[in-house]
Design a protein around this ligand. Structure first.
Ligand code: SAM
Length: 261
């Protein structure tokens, strides 16, 4: 059945030159370098429909994905990019009904991916020490319809986490090594732990702490992503790539240090 587009629905308008606009459907004009579109006139249309600008240029109405939302989101902090957050969510094995912790929540990019994975019956407990970032994350999560799965707490994690026995815990703060112990305490036995660090010295400091506690399956990964030009006669990589985002450290909690391998 066709999804008829409603007032205030969010859509992605894609033009043939590759430019994209993420907009809400309301009685308002969208001004682009290819002409204007009356957004109110798109109400009642369907995803996949074609629209024309005032200058006759063709655009396509698409349903925005969470990845596209994250890449265009309002941010005031570094964010975890989808190439890393998607892998982290799988390594943490986050699934419907899980209880997980995210800290610091920052702009809410990683939190959104975790919230998507815990589903309607799970919960993300998201810690952030700065009120303004907590507010921004709240705004972003509300925009994406994920806020009801997240409890945002304005709290410094140096004071510890309120939850015990969480299924997974994600840590993204500038000094993660200072919080490895409180993370271990909040996790259930067998609970999965992930940390991101942009620099190697942060990884080393954090590994030292992880290796001193009952964690197993300690791994460090980096993901390198390269886009290709989708042109069949001249198929080749695009000229530029993002060389580095962050290192990802993973570990699994066990209860006894002696059992460490
Ligand atoms: C790089 S940002 C997190 C970005 C976030 N993961 C995302 O994907 O949008 C790091 C955040 O951790 C917060 N933070 C740093 N130390 C903290 C602490 N001790 N307790 C709680 N939040 C902390 C900072 O205020 C900042 O917002």
């Amino acid at each position: 059945m066709a999804d008829t587009l409603k007032q205030m629905e969010k859509v992605l308008i894609l033009f043939q030159d590759g430019s994209e606009y993420l907009v809400r459907l309301e009685e308002k004009k969208l001004h682009t370098h290819l002409g204007t579109i009356d957004l109110g006139e798109l109400i009642g249309k369907d995803y996949g429909d074609v629209v024309k600008t005032s200058t006759g240029k063709v655009g396509f109405i698409l349903r925005p994905t969470l990845l596209e939302e994250i890449m265009k989101m309002k941010r005031r902090t570094q964010i975890v990019y989808p190439k890393d957050s998607s892998y982290i969510a799988l390594k943490l094995d986050v699934k419907e009904g899980d209880k997980v912790i995210d800290s610091g929540v920052g702009s809410g990019a990683m939190c959104a991916v975790l919230a998507r994975h815990v589903g309607k019956t799970g919960k993300v407990f998201a810690y952030e020490r700065r009120k303004e970032f907590a507010e921004l994350a709240r705004e972003n999560l509300k925009e994406w319809g994920l806020l009801d799965r997240v409890e945002i707490k304005v709290k410094d994690i140096g004071e510890g986490f309120d939850e015990k026995d969480v299924d997974a815990l994600f840590l993204d703060v500038p000094d993660p090594w200072n919080y490895v112990k409180v993370c271990w305490e909040a996790l259930r036995g067998g609970g999965r732990f992930a940390v991101v660090c942009p620099t190697t010295n942060q990884v080393q400091e954090t590994l030292k702490e992880i290796n001193n506690l009952p964690f197993v399956k300690v791994e460090v990964w980096e993901s390198l992503f390269r886009a290709y030009k989708p042109v069949h006669e001249r198929f080749r990589p695009v000229d530029r790539m993002v060389a580095h985002t962050a290192y990802m450290i993973f570990a699994v909690k066990v209860k006894e240090k002696e059992a460490r391998i």
